[in-house]
Design a protein around this ligand. Structure first.
Ligand code: CP
Ligand code: NVA
Length: 306
């Protein structure tokens, strides 16, 4: 049987996503109560990181340990991948030895090529194109704080980057409205915009995007791999900071989310990220719970106890 992968939010049906989000909340409650839940004994997660990470690495590694399994961290320069071994060969070999694989890399086609040759589930831990695991945590955070996200309005302010693309995927799959404000030239993926159709509005003005929003989200102006563009981006993104003025346009009970790492004083003011509407620490913690639910789903299906 072909393994299920999670390379984008479209790899799960909306009902499956809702299941994973519900399980994430249940697993969080179990964890909080200190109850052991280890349905993946002896399962091994292989993790390939071609970019830096704090949250993704720790949440996957801790999550797999809590579920009863273990994980192997693979840095590109310690493996033959860094010396040019084809990704397809690596996929065949790695997937013959481990039970599930997580990859963080640059080009999205690399995870697709890996997945095409893998005999075990592959999870996208961020590419230049998208960051679906982060969206599981973001949506879990919104739901636990404010209830169902369906029909709500989310404002994305700043770079139309991998996170913005995954917000578009989420808007399609979970049926919420998305207003995106980017400077010219920094728009998200055109195909995803088209797929989101009437659910998405592309604007230039951050204040207009934030108006009456239930959730305001942003991310760094220069993502990993774009560091050399930093100076130009600082100029292009002037006026796109999520500050108190932007939040004042949103609903009074609007939340602020940021996947982290954040640059205070650039894409977000300290007042907002450290303020009462921010839920970034819950959001970061939820990476753990959401990905445990995801790994449980990919390895055991929807009825892990049955
Ligand atoms: N949000 C996120 O993916 O963080 P890391 O880069 O630290 O993994
Ligand atoms: N857009 C950011 C997200 C980091 C988690 C990046 O790709 O660097």
């Amino acid at each position: 049987m072909k393994p299920r992968h999670f390379l984008s939010l479209f790899d799960l049906t909306p009902a499956e996503l809702q299941h994973v989000l519900r399980r994430a909340a249940e697993l969080k409650a179990l964890h909080r109560r200190g109850e052991r839940y280890a349905p993946l004994p002896q399962k091994v997660l292989g993790m390939i990181f071609e970019k830096a990470s704090t949250r993704t690495r720790i949440s996957f590694e801790a999550g797999m340990a809590q579920l009863g399994g273990s994980s192997i961290f693979l840095a590109p320069h310690d493996t033959q991948l860094g010396r040019g071994e084809p990704i397809e060969d690596t996929a065949r070999v790695l997937s013959s030895m481990v039970d599930i694989v997580m990859i963080r890399t640059f080009g999205h086609t690399k995870v697709e090529r890996f997945a095409a040759c893998s005999t075990v589930p592959v999870v996208n831990g961020l590419t230049d194109y998208n960051h679906p695991c982060q969206l599981l945590a973001d949506i879990q955070t919104f739901i636990e704080q404010r209830g169902d996200i369906r029909g709500r309005t989310v404002a994305w302010i700043g770079d139309g980057n991998n996170m913005c693309n995954s917000y578009l995927e989420a808007a399609c799959q979970l049926d919420f409205g998305l207003r995106i404000a980017t400077p010219p030239g920094y728009e998200p993926d055109a195909k995803l915009l088209e797929r989101a159709g009437a659910r998405v509005e592309l604007l230039r003005d951050p204040l207009a995007a934030a108006r009456d929003a239930d959730l305001v989200a942003t991310d760094v102006w220069a993502s990993m791999g774009r560091e050399e563009e930093q100076q130009r981006r600082f100029q292009d993104f002037a006026g796109y900071q999520v500050d108190a003025g932007v939040m004042a346009q949103a609903r009074p009970d609007a939340l602020f989310l940021h996947c982290l790492p954040a640059h205070r004083g650039e894409e977000v003011s300290a007042e907002v990220i450290d303020g009462p509407q921010s839920r970034v620490w819950d959001e970061a913690e939820n990476r753990l719970h959401a990905q445990k639910a995801l790994m449980e789903f990919l390895l055991l299906g929807e009825k892990p106890g049955a």
